[in-house]
Write a new protein. Structure first.
Length: 411
């Protein structure tokens, strides 16, 4: 007789190689440098977490399940063990822009980005292996979020960052007591390996030749798909701002799990939206390889400005019948302005999803509702600090009326 679990304990059973799904490893410890069996000198194969799906209850996705708990705890059976406390991550709104276009606003997470979904899980991994803290290479959302969840779990946090990190990110890191080490980008990952080897801190950033990320981390992103399904059902497509492809993979995996559990009839097409002056996933798909490395040009979308891709992204795009779309800074700024016009202030990188939808040919291909994921707050852009304030205005009605009329308000 099969026992069905409805809440609390994780149903995770082990780690599976994305290079060969027949290759499996125990759940602990997380294999942070890729699969040791299937990886090569040039391609690192990430791992995903496998679950006892036959024991998962569909009640997780019902109205009754919705009221049970907040944050990742609601989805605990289909996540790695949640050994660190949460901050109410997830549960972000789906905003209707009209004409069948919805925006999943991830800026409503505790540190204003989607990375909170990942770091709740990776902080738990650090607790699970008995580490005293975590180390992360990031000058943006990942670092701010990792510092928050480390503080919540009573762990130390070391962030290898850059000297030009956005003021909002620096404020987060300072508030959470992280040890911030601004170093050149090329030195961050070699230095992180040394820190891991010599201090025992748990890495929540990549350690491999091509991006793998933390095997538990992308599991946290599945909850985006769960929430979209609960609010909308299965959209025809999801447009995802894409750097290393972890969010992309997590969204795809979440929908495949819903289909596997018999709750969804299909999986939406997952479209990766990358900066035009880069695009390692686009290059990998074009070349027919598992992952690629590219030279990256100048872009203000620093959050998705990645020179190396991941096997995860290729699997998600091919598995869903989606595509990789290259979007320019100008297209992202137009999308950012469109979102602002709807009351949503998004980081430039976060607007890449809507920019991808608005790009040539995508609008005509829509077969039903689509979701664009907006990953973080406009406060996270570089150069955003104290706003420039307008000069004082003479409070006389004549002057105020003149200003209003110039803005098209009133007669």
């Amino acid at each position: 007789m099969t026992t069905t679990m409805t809440s609390g304990e994780s149903l995770a059973t082990g780690q599976r190689s994305l290079g060969d799904p027949e290759v499996r490893h125990p759940l602990w410890p997380p294999l942070v440098a890729g699969c040791p069996t299937t990886s090569t000198d040039t391609i690192a194969h990430p791992l995903e977490v496998d679950y006892a799906y036959d024991k998962a209850s569909p009640a997780l996705f019902t109205e009754a399940g919705r009221g049970r708990s907040a944050g990742h705890d609601r989805w605990a059976p289909l996540l790695p063990p949640l050994l660190a406390p949460g901050l109410g991550e997830g549960g972000t709104p789906l905003i209707d822009l009209g004409d069948g276009v919805f925006v999943k606003d991830e800026s409503r997470n505790p540190t204003w980005s989607h990375k909170d979904r990942l770091n709740r899980v990776t902080a738990g991994a650090a607790v699970g292996v008995g580490a005293s803290g975590i180390v992360v290479a990031s000058s943006g959302n990942h670092g701010a979020s990792a510092a928050a969840y480390a503080a919540r779990a009573g762990l130390r946090c070391v962030v290898l960052a850059s000297s030009d990190m956005p003021p909002a990110v620096a404020s987060f890191l300072n508030a959470y007591g992280a040890v911030v080490l601004p170093v050149p980008a090329a030195d961050r990952w070699p230095l992180m390996r040394l820190i891991v080897e010599r201090t025992g801190l748990h890495p929540v950033s990549n350690l491999a030749v091509t991006h793998t990320g933390h095997p538990f981390g992308a599991e946290g992103y599945k909850t985006v798909a769960y929430e979209i399904f609960a609010d909308l059902g299965v959209p025809s497509a999801v447009y995802v701002p894409t750097g290393y492809g972890e969010l992309l993979f997590g969204v795809w995996k979440g929908f495949t799990e819903l289909q596997r559990l018999g709750l969804a009839d299909s999986v939406p097409r997952i479209h990766a939206c990358e900066p035009a002056l880069g695009g390692p996933l686009h290059a990998a798909l074009r070349q027919g390889v598992p992952a690629a490395r590219v030279d990256v040009g100048e872009t203000d979308a620093y959050g998705i400005d990645c020179p190396v891709g991941s096997v995860r992204g290729v699997l998600a795009v091919r598995g869903s019948g989606g595509s990789s779309l290259l979007v320019s800074d100008e297209q992202m700024r137009a999308a950012q302005a469109e979102l602002a016009g709807q009351g949503l202030w998004a980081e430039l990188s976060a607007a890449a999803g809507l920019a991808g939808l608005r790009s040539a040919g995508q609008e005509a291909e829509r077969e039903g509702p689509v979701v664009c994921i907006s990953t973080s707050s406009g406060f996270k852009d570089r150069g955003v600090g104290e706003p420039e304030l307008a000069a004082p205005v003479d409070p006389s009605w004549d002057e105020v009326h003149r200003r209003l009329r110039a803005a098209g308000i009133g007669d």
